[in-house]
Design a protein around this ligand. Structure first.
Ligand SMILES: C[S@@+](CC[C@H](N)C(=O)[O-])C[C@H]1O[C@@H](n2cnc3c(N)ncnc32)[C@H](O)[C@@H]1O
Length: 276
């Protein structure tokens, strides 16, 4: 009997999760393209010029840097959107440099990565590229409330070709996707517990930017990290996301992680935490 109750509870939770995500199945970024392709291209041309000395230094210290042309092309498809804040896709450089250096330092049969907040797939693909370039097998489990196989407009340059699923949007990157990325749809509170990997070598948090969510998401991986393993937190930005900053500071102070903060602008900072 308890088994039946448990099964019912679990099915109900699934149903509630799906119901809560319903609006993300129905054109969450609008029912038509937001701008002409030429507008996205103009924004991209400006964003490409951004300099980030803090990340230059990180790349130098790690000894690895992502191919800029490859990253810019991917960013045109997956990062350049119509929004009020500046376009900044420097986290691709951070993830690539840190992950490349991590896998070069030791030998792993396979590397497990957990990411919260897939969006259009930019950060997942930057990490997949690092694994590919290193010849390192691995899996990136990436979570988002946005579905992977449902057509929508993405507020991106590809929208002028019509609505499409994320799978179609990333067609040109199919090989990296198939070899490395596992897309999981749903709220991280529900879905993270379903990933049964013994170790999370690197985690990247870029989903809901609140104190509660960051702590809760980190709680799912904390027991799966060993000395040297990495947690990267996006939007470690005191003015905009004090909750993220508070959670990361607390995690580093109480869970035995060192903390390296990279500030790119008043709107964007990152924290790299390494388990001591
Ligand atoms: C800042 S974007 C992620 C950007 C992405 N990492 C990249 O580099 O392009 C945040 C994403 O997190 C997703 N998200 C926010 N809260 C979430 C939650 N509780 N569970 C799952 N996904 C969530 C949003 O749908 C959004 O796509």
């Amino acid at each position: 009997m308890p088994g039946k109750v448990q099964e019912f509870a679990s099915r109900f939770a699934e149903f509630a999760d799906r119901l809560a995500s319903q609006r993300f199945y129905n054109y969450p970024f609008g029912v038509s393209p937001r701008a002409e392709a030429s507008t996205y291209r103009e924004i991209w041309l400006a964003a490409k010029q951004n300099n980030c000395p803090a990340i230059d230094r990180l790349e130098a210290s790690q000894g690895y840097s992502i191919d800029k042309d490859w990253m810019d092309e991917l960013a045109l498809l997956t990062q350049v959107v119509i929004k009020k804040s500046d376009i900044c896709y420097q986290h691709g450089r951070i993830l690539y440099a840190v992950l490349s250096s991590y896998v070069a330092a030791s030998q792993y049969d396979s590397v497990n990565i957990v990411e919260t907040g897939t969006a259009r797939g930019y950060s997942s693909l930057c990490m997949a590229k690092a694994l590919h370039d290193a010849g390192q097998p691995g899996k990136i489990f990436t979570f988002d409330i946005l579905p992977h196989d449902v057509e929508m407009y993405w507020n991106c340059i590809a929208d002028d070709k019509g609505s499409m699923s994320r799978a179609e949007l990333l067609k040109a990157y199919e090989q990296l996707v198939n070899n490395y990325i596992v897309f999981i749809q749903g709220d991280t509170q529900m879905q993270l517990r379903k990933v049964f990997v013994p170790r999370v070598h690197l985690a990247y948090f870029d989903g809901t930017h609140t104190y509660e969510y960051v702590l809760s998401e980190f709680g799912h991986i904390v027991d799966k990290q060993k000395s040297g393993d990495i947690a990267v937190f996006d939007d470690y930005t005191p003015e905009l996301f004090p909750g993220v900053v508070k959670a990361v500071d607390e995690i580093c102070a109480t869970q035995g992680y060192s903390k390296e903060v990279l500030t790119v602008s008043e709107q964007r900072g990152y924290a790299i935490a390494r388990k001591k």
